[in-house]
Design a protein around this ligand. Structure first.
Ligand SMILES: Nc1ncnc2c1ncn2[C@@H]1O[C@H](COP(=O)(O)OP(=O)(O)OP(=O)(O)O)[C@@H](O)[C@H]1O
Ligand SMILES: O=P(O)(O)OC[C@H]1O[C@H](OP(=O)(O)OP(=O)(O)O)[C@H](O)[C@@H]1O
Ligand SMILES: [Mg+2]
Length: 299
């Protein structure tokens, strides 16, 4: 591929999505050298360039066709899509994969002393948010007439600062809300990080590269959810043991050298093995129970 035909991927420069986006690219075999001050990183083993930008800019870069792929939170993506649609700008994109990081929710929260029965309690109130389009869509769906006040950061201080009566912001553990004397009430949007592609067709070379990388992403995601379980079990209790192993339709059963009444069982499980199940296996006479992480998988 020529230099101009290198696949361009936008990732957040620094923030909640950066390290996991880079980790995923590395896990699928893309060699990268990220230097903090460099905003473009070239892969040394694939025709891929990374553009390191603010996450707010990623949806627009994709929708304007400036980059080919991007890692972005669905909250930011949907907000920018609504905003661009309203101002009649290009707002198309393709979602390639929903990923396993950046999980959060956009929620309405009120000061602890605020009497909130339902979202109707916000009628006539001001709500501070970085996501006015998502919030206004939610209000329209619920038939609420409240005003969204746009703030680009520190949304949690808005009620105390007298800027708004309530807020609508991202929540994960709830610690930030609690620290600011706020109570979560209604969920407006649930989000995860996604990998998106621009909607125009790519060159056959670029498309072929993406088609080769997507099964690797699936393999990494699947491997993270799976465990390799090994144990020794008494032959007499084989069926009981199998029924205790989660998601284990086809375990491999192997003989143990010099031991006739016991076998080794190996199984790839889509779930982890909980301590309670391990205790039950032990009670059935199982031993050497090992639960191992899996690095990569391919069907
Ligand atoms: N507490 C959280 N837990 C998990 N994911 C989160 C959390 N907060 C935000 N996210 C997700 O990560 C994305 C980026 O969040 P971050 O706080 O790093 O953005 P930012 O401050 O807008 O950064 P930037 O400087 O790039 O504009 C959010 O849009 C959301 O999808
Ligand atoms: O429910 P919690 O687990 O407390 O997380 C929620 C906080 O996380 C995000 O901010 P972040 O920490 O990324 O900082 P930022 O506001 O500077 O972007 C978000 O904007 C909330 O403020
Ligand atoms: Mg941002």
């Amino acid at each position: 591929m020529s230099q101009s035909n290198r696949l361009r991927i936008a990732i957040q420069k620094s923030g909640r999505l950066s390290s996991e986006s880079i980790a995923l690219l590395k896990a699928i075999g893309i060699k990268l050298q990220i230097r903090d001050r460099l905003l473009i990183a070239h892969s040394t083993n694939q025709p891929i360039d990374l553009l390191r930008v603010r996450d707010d800019d990623i949806p627009g870069l994709i929708m304007d066709g400036v980059v080919d792929l991007g890692f972005i939170g669905e909250n930011e993506l949907e907000e920018k899509m609504l905003e661009r649609r309203a101002s009649k700008k290009a707002h198309e994109f393709k979602t390639l994969r929903r990923l396993d990081f950046g999980g959060c929710r956009l929620s309405i929260a009120v000061p602890t002393e605020f009497k909130y029965d339902s979202v109707a309690s916000l009628n006539g109130k001001k709500v501070a948010t970085t996501y006015p389009y998502l919030l206004e869509r939610f209000f329209a769906e619920k038939g609420i007439s409240a005003k969204a006040v746009m703030l680009t950061g520190s949304v949690e201080v808005a009620p105390r600062a007298g800027v708004a009566d309530a807020i609508c912001d991202l929540v994960s553990t709830g610690a930030t809300l609690e620290a600011n004397g706020l109570r979560e009430e209604d969920e407006v949007f649930v989000s995860k990080a996604v990998l998106i592609q621009k909607s125009e067709d790519l060159s056959p070379d670029k498309q072929a590269l993406i088609t080769r990388l997507l099964p690797r992403i699936d393999g990494v995601l699947q491997a993270k959810e799976s465990k390799y379980i090994m144990l020794h079990a008494p032959k007499n209790y084989l069926e009981q043991v199998k029924s205790l192993l989660p998601g284990a339709e086809d375990p491999t059963v192997l003989p143990l050298a010099g031991i006739n009444d016991r076998v080794a069982i190996h199984v790839v499980s889509s779930e982890t093995l909980f301590w309670e199940t391990m205790e039950k296996l032990k009670a059935l006479g199982c031993s050497s129970i090992l639960v191992l992480p899996i690095e990569k998988m391919m069907g």
